[in-house]
Design a protein around this ligand. Structure first.
Ligand SMILES: NC(=O)c1ccc[n+]([C@@H]2O[C@H](COP(=O)([O-])OP(=O)(O)OC[C@H]3O[C@@H](n4cnc5c(N)ncnc54)[C@H](OP(=O)(O)O)[C@@H]3O)[C@@H](O)[C@H]2O)c1
Length: 211
């Protein structure tokens, strides 16, 4: 598969680029800065320079799928949550449609199921994520929305727990989120599904197959 990854230079994104490439797929890595190209190539990806706050039309040309794992980041204010986390995800929906790409995997967040219950500081982020998810559900694309818990930089274990509503809050290594994204793309069995994702006991491919 040829997969466009928005947020490819991020911590989850780099794992996605490497894992896709290791599995024989073409990882088209959207980066904002040409200087990041070397790192992307070292991971086996193909860099494409574009900014989600600018024009990203045509970036999905020739792709089989797109992945959104970008974000303004924890240090960013409400404005970036709007322009990157929400509008950026919506721009990727438009770019996918323009190029006839039907498969879209969104990295959302656990609290996006009920953004109003988040802390005051988290609400701009959670509402942006929830609105992006809603736009994707209404897009007509063949979507999967992944809602991981708090991300850590621990090495992945290859084992997770995944369900529409896990009913608890916990953590998951970024590497396991990336593996779940790749498993979702390869299985293509989760169309129209939204699921929460935490560390657990089930091998990732099995957890995805059971959704
Ligand atoms: N942190 C958590 O606990 C948590 C929990 C659940 C879900 N999530 C979500 O998981 C996803 C991945 O998280 P992460 O930790 O890997 O994030 P990250 O390391 O902060 O990566 C985010 C990436 O988005 C890119 N980006 C920001 N603005 C952009 C723009 N205007 N155009 C193009 N790219 C842009 C950044 O580019 P640069 O490298 O150039 O800065 C960065 O590479 C995010 O969607 C995040 O919201 C996070």
């Amino acid at each position: 598969m040829r997969v466009l990854i928005a947020g490819a230079n991020g911590k989850v994104g780099k794992h996605v680029v490497r894992l896709l490439s290791e599995s024989g797929h073409e990882a088209l890595a959207m980066i904002r800065d040409e200087a990041q190209s070397g790192d992307i190539r070292d991971l086996g990806g193909t860099p494409i320079v574009a900014d989600l706050e600018g024009d990203i039309s045509n970036t999905a040309e020739g792709c089989d799928a797109v992945v959104f794992t970008a974000g303004g980041g924890p240090g960013s204010g409400a404005e970036k949550k709007e322009t990157v986390d929400r509008q950026g995800a919506v721009k990727l929906i438009e770019a996918a449609k323009e190029s006839g790409v039907s498969l879209y995997v969104m990295v959302s967040a656990m609290g996006a199921a009920d953004p109003a219950s988040g802390s005051e500081g988290m609400q701009p982020y959670l509402f942006a994520k929830a609105r992006a998810d809603e736009a994707l559900r209404e897009s007509g694309l063949d979507y999967t929305i992944v809602r991981p818990g708090r991300l850590t930089n621990e090495p992945g274990t290859g084992r997770v727990e995944a369900a529409e509503n896990l009913g608890r809050r916990a953590e998951i290594p970024r590497e396991d989120v990336a593996r779940a994204i790749v498993a979702t793309l390869e299985a293509q069995s989760t169309s129209g599904k939204t699921f929460e994702l935490l560390s657990g006991d089930v091998p990732i491919e099995d957890a995805i197959a059971r959704l």
